[in-house]
Design a protein around this ligand. Structure first.
Ligand code: ADP
Ligand code: MG
Length: 363
């Protein structure tokens, strides 16, 4: 089951990713069931045609309610996925071997969906409940990484309502971070709700923008460094996870003062994804080591993309870990694996294989 769309602000990106995966799945090997989740959270049978889900000329795809509603198996001893159609008896679609949840953001990448799949005792690609939740929450992610001795930058957290209760105290709290600041919703993605703040006078507006995505806010010191990303794939049979060659994000168009939503998805000309990144061997090794240790610290499974800054003196600082990174054939994660010798369809196969071989339940 290729599962995509969902309730988060990254709905359309998820659809685009699904298009890439649907195209890559070999029909000789897989019976593919495309299931979309509408923006209101309804699960529907979806068009398996990859073209339907592409982002073309800035148009963002969306899952519509098809009135063919999909239900997961209801118990451990009942393996059937069911379809409910108006005026029809429920129809069993049979056993789903593995779900490929191509969802980004809250209600998909954050452990909630993973919890639902655990309850249904269905195997799925990628991180489990806890790792998904930790990876989604930039506050918890930093605590877990720092707790494992991994390098994260200086930050403060503003609890829900904290800024509004006492703006002066909250401002004093972030002041020590210096300028510029990055103000972020704790649990979002695709740069949604993120602002770069160069003057504290702009802090209230930045907090308001972030709070539209999440009442919990993370404020970070701006890090000067190159934006380097590294792909991680889970290991087989107790082996350690594997790191790809790193890639680099270079924002070339000065209209974007960082790697924002437009630069990510709508202005491909304004950004260069350099893959593999042009880095000295020792820095590559350091990035890969930090990436694999971050994957392990968070308890990821299957895949993750670890994003770091490499400072001018060669230090590596983790920015974030994404448990379901952008996954269209043009996205950095598949491109880094391609540069490392694994083509997109093989990568998709490998992820499905990893998911099929892992037990359900506690593991
Ligand atoms: N502390 C920081 N210092 C410098 N740039 C940052 C910092 N945090 C974020 N950025 C910029 O903002 C972008 C988005 O931030 P990120 O934390 O990766 O959010 P998302 O989870 O939405 O991708 C980064 O790719 C980078 O360009
Ligand atoms: Mg990011």
């Amino acid at each position: 089951m290729v599962l995509f769309g969902g309730r988060s602000g990254e709905h359309a990106i998820s659809c685009a990713t699904a298009g890439g995966v649907l195209r890559a799945l070999d029909p000789q090997r897989y019976d593919v069931l495309a299931v979309g989740i509408t923006p209101t959270g309804r699960w529907v049978l979806a068009d398996p045609d990859p073209e339907r889900w592409a982002i073309t000329e800035g148009r963002l795809p969306q899952v519509e309610d098809t009135a063919s509603h999909v239900l997961l198996p209801q118990a451990v001893d009942d393996r059937d996925v069911q379809v409910l159609e108006p005026g029809e008896l429920p129809r069993a679609l049979g056993n789903v071997d593995v779900v490929f949840p191509l969802l980004h953001g809250p209600f998909g990448e954050d452990g909630t969906l993973q919890g639902m799949l655990e309850l249904a005792d269905v195997r799925y690609v990628g991180a489990g409940v806890l790792a998904s939740a930790v990876g989604m929450d930039k506050h918890m992610m930093k605590l877990v990484l720092a707790g494992h001795g991994l390098p994260v930058g200086p930050f403060v957290v503003l609890a829900p309502g904290e800024f509004d209760r006492d703006p002066a105290a909250a401002t004093a709290k972030v002041e020590s971070l210096g300028l510029p600041l990055f103000v972020k919703p704790a649990r979002a993605g695709s740069s949604l709700g993120i602002s770069r703040v160069e003057d504290l006078a702009d802090l209230p507006a930045a907090i308001q923008a972030a709070a539209q995505h999440d009442p919990k806010i993370v404020v970070e010191a701006g890090i000067v460094g190159r934006e380097i990303e590294c792909g991680v794939l889970g290991g087989h049979d107790g082996d350690r996870a594997r790191a790809s060659l790193p890639g680099e994000i270079i924002v070339t168009d000065a209209r974007h003062d960082f790697y924002d939503f437009e630069a990510k998805y709508l202005d491909e000309a304004g950004v260069e994804l350099v893959c593999p990144a042009d880095l000295p061997d020792d820095v590559v090794a350091k990035v890969q080591d930090v990436a694999v240790r971050s994957f392990e610290a968070v308890g990821c499974e299957g895949l993750a993309r670890v994003d770091v800054f490499v400072t001018p003196d060669g230090e590596v600082v983790v920015n974030e870990i994404n448990t379901m990174p952008g996954f269209t054939p043009f996205s950095m994660y598949p491109r880094m694996w391609q540069a490392s010798g694994l083509e997109y369809p093989e990568l998709v196969d490998e992820l499905v294989r990893l998911a099929l071989h892992r037990p359900t339940g506690l593991r």
